[in-house]
Design a protein. Structure first.
Length: 314
């Protein structure tokens, strides 16, 4: 625990040292952002799940070692990388970052980091799905270390409010950031394993989590039966699967949040107030989400280089 605390303090300090800038590539690679946007747009036209994948990938990158692109590195003979850690097995669409990197390397070799490409791609995924736009701070360097076991630091779908608060605060993020960033769950799909704890043997008194709407829980049980659950079975995160909006918060208030970590936002007075605010005002949610994404994506690690290939260190 002490080592983890030292590590967290280290990369939070790095975020203060390595100042980022929204116009970092204006002179050295002015077409970088438009190139990334077109790559994301094309990928989305072929696969509607790309936005959720890129947003989750960026989040998982930043919460382990800071936003240094370490989640993009492949495992080697002597090391299992983050992307092969248990919480990241379902990450996908790495090819989008690869395509963008290749195009940018052809234009501006050795200039734009993989970590910056991922941060920009996540922003474009949100914007192109109907969500807010924000000026992404840039200037990250790519890390050379990626360790699968460190993905255990990622906040889990079963976390309660205290565990979530601790996880976010260790990274310099507040309760307000927690609620705003949780809104990213408006995109995507979850496998049964991430919410089975709520619909089966919940505790000594209840088979089903009593904080779940009964009809919603019954439907989840049909999708994820105790026996014979197919490998890819699961549920969408909200009712507007491919649209970035505030439906997620409305569903939480209806006791239809998919994860324990969603429903637990109603157990704290501050977070519950924010859920209500965001459910009532998409404008307020969008503003808060953009602000919190800038804050989260500015958590820098100990990146040292601009990778030529995002899957391998130089």
């Amino acid at each position: 625990m002490a080592l983890q605390s030292v590590f967290v303090i280290t990369f939070v300090l790095f975020s203060c040292v390595n100042a980022l800038s929204s116009n970092y590539y204006d002179q050295t690679c002015p077409d970088a952002e438009s190139t990334i946007r077109q790559v994301v747009k094309k990928a989305m036209s072929n696969d509607k799940t790309v936005p959720a994948a890129l947003l989750r990938m960026h989040f998982h990158d930043c919460f382990v070692r800071g936003c240094d692109g370490s989640v993009l590195l492949n495992s080697t003979k002597n090391n299992q990388a983050e992307k092969d850690g248990p919480p990241n097995i379902s990450l996908h669409s790495f090819y989008v970052i690869d395509v963008a990197k290749k195009q940018i390397e052809n234009m501006c070799p050795g200039v734009v980091s993989c970590a910056d490409i991922l941060a920009l791609a996540a922003r474009d995924a949100v914007t192109l799905s109907g969500g807010p736009y924000w000026a992404v701070p840039k200037g990250r360097k790519d890390g050379r270390i990626s360790i699968a076991s460190e993905t255990r630091q990622l906040p889990g779908p079963n976390f309660n409010i205290s565990q979530l608060q601790q996880s976010f605060s260790q990274r310099g993020l507040s309760l307000d950031d927690l609620v705003a960033l949780s809104g990213g769950h408006t995109l995507g799909f979850s496998h049964c394993s991430s919410f089975r704890n709520r619909i089966e043997n919940f505790d000594s008194k209840n088979d089903v989590d009593p904080s779940l709407d009964a009809s919603f829980a019954a439907n989840l049980k049909k999708i994820c039966p105790v026996k014979n659950t197919t490998k890819n079975a699961g549920a969408t995160m909200d009712t507007t699967t491919f649209l970035f909006d505030n439906a997620y918060y409305k569903l939480i208030l209806q006791k239809k949040g998919l994860f324990s970590s969603d429903s637990t936002l109603l157990t704290n007075s501050r977070t519950k107030t924010l859920v209500l605010n965001f459910a009532n005002s998409q404008h307020e949610f969008f503003k808060a989400f953009a602000d919190s994404m800038i804050k989260m994506s500015s958590i820098s690690g100990s990146g040292q280089e601009i990778r030529h290939d995002c899957r391998f260190v130089n």
